[in-house]
Ligand binder design. Sequence first.
Ligand code: ADP
Ligand code: ASP
Ligand code: MG
Length: 436
Amino acid sequence: MKVLKFGGTSVGSPARMKNLLDIINPTERQIVVLSAVSGTTNSLVEIGQAYLTGDKQKTITLIKLLKDKYELFIKELFTDDEFLKQGKEVIDYHFSVLSNLANDLFTTIEDKIILAQGELLSTTLYHVYLKQIGVPSVLLPALDFMKIDEDNEPVVDHITEKLTPLLDKYPQVNLFITQGFICRNAFGEVDNLRRGGSDYTASLIGAGIRSEEVQIWTDIDGMHNNDPRIVKGTQPIAQLSFDEAAELAYFGAKILHPQSVFPAQKYKIPVRLLNTMDPQAKGTLITNTSEKDKIKSIAAKDGITAIKIQSSRMLLAHGFLRKVFEVFERYKTSIDMITTSEVAVSLTIDDTTYLGDITTELNAFGSVELDVNHTIICVVGDFGAEKHGYAARVLEAVKHIPLRMISYGGSDHNLSLLVKTEDKIETLRSLHNRLF
Ligand code: ADP
Ligand code: ASP
Ligand code: MG
């Protein structure tokens, strides 16, 4: 059974929703994961912020603006009055959820309920649309099987346990529709898999049901060899290994949610990145194998803070790095890059929620310096341990750009550079021109 995920743009208009059946084959048993209609989650984020600041008028205005869009959406999606009425009931229900939250009791729990309405709306409307055109389908509530634990880690066994009987209940049905992004947390509350999380949902479901293939349908023909929003002339990559795709996703290639490769990788489920606007294009196939000896792609991750701890006394004494890492562990803050020298260690983080506390604790080990507004540039490919010349080519391409950190050798497929964010565009373009 395949899992097909369609992103925000792929369901971004009634016409696009209708066109999904050019791609979905309703005679094949499959699970279709939908994102919210493009722009909706951003609007829901704004609505949550308006609630949080207690700005009642703004809350009402924002909800009305979004509802107006959906009123138009259903008028185009449903040509039959009976189904238009059902569509109207769907949006009335979800917008009443949005409108009926109380400002004074507004917490992250309510905020996450707001964020969940986008995927609930898109999937329910699509399900009603399929009824209108007479295609049998079952709407599976993701909140019944998608779960994260206390550490916000998804629980694949729970998905298997809950989803399998749901699928078995409908042996005659081919088409199952479910929500991307949303889940329940360890307390049973509505939660989500972070922005862009529908890719993660698809991969998790794929892992949970040991799917034959996961397809991520989006608005571009696969993973490109550089960020197409910044660099001209980027090209799609036909094949990537799971490791290479994971590095690119984690280090900023927006086409994939940062964690989305791991569940599929664990169960060796091929992942295809495909273009809804050009379904015949080959896209990118992500599997266990990949082309050898090649620089494949470049990605960039912004919002990075570098932390340098200088301590001539202690640095390379045994146990020093453990103590440093323990500080980050206590504050559940993950480290992206690390470089060491005899007298100092530099590392980077992207989550600065606990930076103040972390800095205070690190001060006990030596002097601490922070560099904010940095970007990790990640060059990904197959650089086998026996190979040579890759690092030289990369460094030659960026010789005119100040580098704060360089990391190479952590794996066979990643060379990372830390640069000031103001130098990001030039770094990406220069690497692109010289490497491809
Ligand atoms: P969806 O809504 O379908 O999930 P996203 O906007 O999350 O789509 O991801 C697709 C977008 O990712 C593309 O439109 C493209 O601009 C951006 N992107 C960034 N880096 C890359 C890359 N290396 N390859 C392909 N797309 C990329
Ligand atoms: N709708 C969510 C978002 O915009 C999830 C997704 O699209 O993948 O982040
Ligand atoms: Mg996305």
